[in-house]
Design a protein around this ligand. Structure first.
Ligand code: OVM
Length: 398
């Protein structure tokens, strides 16, 4: 028998929700394994079990019709679709394999000494003060010092990267005021990104040129290469910036955790993973239902949109002990902060290596880190984002 589906009034793209999403999560998890959101006309899943079930079933819950609220089979996409994020197999398999090779472990290992050195330099600069803004001075600064160079981007105009990414992530939601306000600077940033992705504007030793070399070998067309480079620019900066911001925010809320983390890669890696679980940068992604299906005993029709509450699943008490506690000794493996299934974050090893470099450089020199005034959120339709996290520090003797 088909059961009655719970209907809820919560609007996950309202300013109230986005200012404090964690205040609403228990309701989303507890109302049922799958529910209908009146405000957006979509299904939702918010428990770890159902979120991984939906993301794991990419043949039924497809990405090619958009991973935001819009169904690309009925509405014009906000921009030409991503060949990774907004693609299904077999296209996705081909593009993903190609991109996986470009950010493969040996490539990252060769960059690691440079990134660690740059992290140390930044931390030394920060230590000239007793406090700093963990967002502006650190989380935005560090990825911007390494990532555009790794891709081989032109120097001029790199500041557009953060603007562009925040527009892209807003566009997964409805056309609300947050989206419209962000669009104020869209034209310039979008034009810059389009230029930056062209082969002639990429340096010869970066990941961008490597994508074009894959095209030279016949793995994709040159037009596809240009679009794939755009994925690096869309997904590679704001995500790591906010991953680091949210992690530093976590430490301000649980200041005793800092001492429990040492400078080893196993410790920093665990802490970053736990940070992503406790406060997930990408809060939500949608799928579209490609054929009639069921979740539990609820019938779901072809064409429905379904929102997966990743951040909510990462605090599901059905899956985690003491989920609201940030615990750097926890093994947070299995969190869905990087997604789950075939679309799980391509850049996760890049992000982890950035975090390891930064955390280990910080832990070496910083004995304690605490809030130095209220943190300020920055509203985004998809990202859990911070505008400011003021911190004060105590130095180690190192
Ligand atoms: C892309 C893209 C854009 C935004 C996010 C993302 C989290 C990917 O253009 O491929 O993944």
């Amino acid at each position: 028998m088909m059961s009655e589906i719970p209907r809820i009034a919560v609007d996950p793209f309202s300013e109230a929700f986005l200012s404090d999403p964690y205040a609403y999560h228990a309701e989303l998890r507890d109302v049922g394994p799958v529910f209908w959101l009146e405000a957006i006309g979509a299904y939702g899943v918010a428990r770890h079990d159902e979120v991984t079930q939906v993301l794991g079933n990419h043949d039924i819950f497809v990405s090619s019709r958009g991973v935001g609220l819009a169904d690309f089979s009925r509405e014009k996409p906000f921009r030409p679709p991503s060949l990774l994020l907004e693609a299904d197999p077999p296209l996705h398999t081909r593009t993903r394999d190609l991109m996986n090779r470009i950010v493969a472990l040996p490539v990252l290992r060769s960059l690691e000494p440079l990134w660690r050195e740059k992290a140390k330099v930044l931390v030394d600069e920060l230590l000239e003060h007793d406090g700093f803004d963990a967002v502006v001075d650190l989380a935005e600064e560090f990825p911007m010092r390494i990532f555009p160079d790794a891709v081989g981007l032109m120097e001029e105009g790199r500041e557009h990267l953060l603007t562009y990414a925040s527009i892209v992530f807003n566009a997964f939601g409805p056309r609300n005021k947050i989206f419209e306000d962000g669009m104020a600077d869209a034209e310039e940033a979008t034009a810059w990104v389009a230029e930056a992705c062209k082969r002639e504007n990429l340096k010869s030793d970066g990941w961008g040129e490597a994508v074009y070399q894959s095209a030279d070998r016949g793995d994709c067309s040159h037009d596809e290469a240009e679009r794939l480079v755009r994925s690096f620019l869309s997904a590679g900066v704001d995500t790591t910036v906010n991953g680091i911001s949210n992690l530093l925010y976590a430490f301000t809320q649980f200041p005793d955790e800092w001492q429990k983390m040492d400078t080893s890669t196993s410790a920093t890696r665990r802490a970053f993973n736990e940070g992503l679980r406790w406060r997930s940068t990408v809060q939500t992604f949608f799928r579209t239902v490609a054929e009639d299906t069921r979740i539990g005993d609820v019938d779901i029709k072809e064409g429905a949109k379904i929102i997966t509450f990743l951040a909510t699943a990462n605090r599901d008490e059905r899956r985690w002990d003491d989920p609201h506690t940030f615990d750097v000794t926890r093994n947070a493996a299995g969190h869905v902060g990087f997604g789950h299934g075939i679309h799980a974050c391509l850049g996760q090893m890049v992000a982890r290596m950035e975090a390891d470099a930064l955390l280990s450089a910080m832990r070496e020199k910083i004995a304690r880190i605490e809030a130095d005034g209220p943190a300020v959120p920055r509203l985004n339709n998809t990202l859990c984002s911070m505008a400011s996290v003021p911190v004060k520090i105590q130095k180690t003797g190192n």
